[in-house]
Design a protein around this ligand. Structure first.
Ligand code: DAK
Length: 257
């Protein structure tokens, strides 16, 4: 039997998914993506999990879609493959997802990281959209999510001329939350995930929804949406508990209700 394409474990309310296609630099084959998405969906529905981490290994996060598979595909086969829908599912996951990136995050690999909510980078992380070398462009969100994060000009250079960013550059340009030593990047990501997973679940869920809405709407629509979610939280037990605990100078006990 072949090794699983995604290695999973759950600890302290955090689900950890390790991409595991080492022979092809963690290329995101359809089978790997399907396994990853099924895992994340199951964790999203599991009350015992509050946050998730996606990682690769110390040398590579993911080198993009599987070029071997893609090289033979026609336009119609690509259209009907369902591959892109697997990326779309990531945007429907309600719990926070942290990408812990060491080594290469290229093409679909970078697009996978961009679909996460927080990116922790190891010092050796390298980010790029090399699709232009294959005669194509990014197709899983790279042109849009990078432009929203880095602005037009750097994104153009990355998409049109395979400009790659070091971890330090990625941090400077706001593409990652922070850069940490290779030895500790996964521990950092897991520790952050554990902290978020221990917070008020409904507020975490609506906070993620509110921030993501900023990328989909005008400012006034976004502000109105935020306000509705804010009022909604006053219908939760966790809001009463959180404020009572603050006034009583004790730690709150969140129930996710
Ligand atoms: N796919 C398949 N195999 C890959 C691969 C990939 N993306 N990346 C690496 N490999 C394989 C290599 O072919 C090689 O295999 P063997 O020769 O050993 O059999 C092995 O991994 C080691 O690679 P190298 O010999 O090249 O190792 P180096 O250390 O020299 O270089 C590298 C590492 C990661 C810098 C290099 O391998 C590289 O540049 N890889 C390709 C990166 C790339 O072009 N990525 C973008 C792929 S395009 C869609 C939406 C989006 C997408 C698809 C569809 N729809 C809307 C339907 C996404 C597209 C992409 O991501």
């Amino acid at each position: 039997m072949s090794d699983p394409l995604v290695l999973t474990e759950v600890r302290d309310r955090v689900g950890l998914a390790r991409l595991n296609n080492p022979r092809a630099y963690n290329a995101l084959s359809p089978d790997l993506m399907r396994t990853l998405v099924d895992t994340l969906r199951a964790w999203d529905a599991d009350d015992n999990i509050g946050a998730m981490v996606i990682t690769g290994n110390e040398k590579v996060f993911a080198a993009g879609a599987d070029v071997k598979t893609m090289s033979q595909a026609s336009a119609v086969e690509m259209l009907y493959s369902g591959y892109i829908e697997l990326f779309d599912v990531l945007a429907t996951i309600r719990k926070p997802i942290i990408a812990a990136v060491a080594g290469w995050a290229l093409g679909g690999g970078l697009e996978l990281a961009l679909a996460c909510d927080i990116i922790i980078a190891a010092e050796n992380a390298k980010f790029g959209q090399p699709e232009i070398n294959l005669g194509i462009i990014p197709g899983a969100g790279g042109t849009q999510r990078l432009a929203r994060t880095l602005g037009k000009y750097l994104t153009m250079e990355m998409v049109l001329n395979d400009r790659r960013l070091s971890a330090e550059e990625a941090a400077r340009f706001g593409l990652v939350n922070r850069v940490v030593p290779v030895e500790s990047y996964l521990d950092e990501a897991l520790a952050l995930a554990r902290q978020i997973a221990a917070r008020a679940p409904v507020a975490v869920r609506l906070g993620k929804e509110a921030v993501n809405y900023a990328f989909e709407s005008t400012l006034s629509a976004g502000l109105a949406h935020e306000r509705r979610l804010f009022y909604l939280l006053f219908a939760t037990e966790d809001q009463s508990e959180g404020m009572r605990a603050f006034l009583e100078k004790r730690e709150p006990t969140w129930r996710g209700q």
